[in-house]
Design a protein around this ligand. Structure first.
Ligand SMILES: [Zn+2]
Length: 132
């Protein structure tokens, strides 16, 4: 179930075309606003909601992942079964749903979390290894 948080790719980002091809637009629903470490090469990412993919989007995603990253189709499908579409954080702007926004506000009173980190929209184009 998508909470309302979404990730959007910048219009001028090198990945924008890929997003439009796969998703049909430049934004995609997230499972939540928290970032996670996707590994040394890709770096920080967000968890896209794989359940939000319709069958055509899913097919195009698999096509691009197998083609671009030389990953086996079965491996991509296995990954999607976990419910996660890995989205590289760089160049992506978050839109945070009300519930998560309220949680962030409450949370930041207790400690300095890294919430505000994710709001930046950086314009960098050196991401050959990136996913989405
Ligand atoms: Zn949310």
């Amino acid at each position: 179930m998508t909470c309302g948080c979404t990730a959007s790719i910048g219009e001028k980002d090198s990945r924008a075309e890929l997003w439009i091809y796969i998703f049909g637009n430049r934004s995609f629903p997230l499972l939540g606003p928290l970032s996670y470490n996707m590994g040394d090469i890709v770096g920080i990412g967000y968890k896209g909601d794989a359940k939000a993919l319709n069958s055509e989007q899913r097919e195009r995603l698999i096509e691009k992942m197998t083609e671009k990253f030389n990953i086996k189709r079965a491996d991509v499908e296995e990954h999607l079964k976990d419910g996660v579409v890995p989205i590289k954080a760089e160049g992506v702007t978050l839109s945070i749903c009300r519930a998560h926004f309220m949680m962030a506000v409450l949370d930041s009173r207790e400690n300095d979390s890294d919430w505000d980190e994710s709001e930046r929209d950086e314009d960098q184009n050196e991401d050959e290894e990136s996913l989405f």
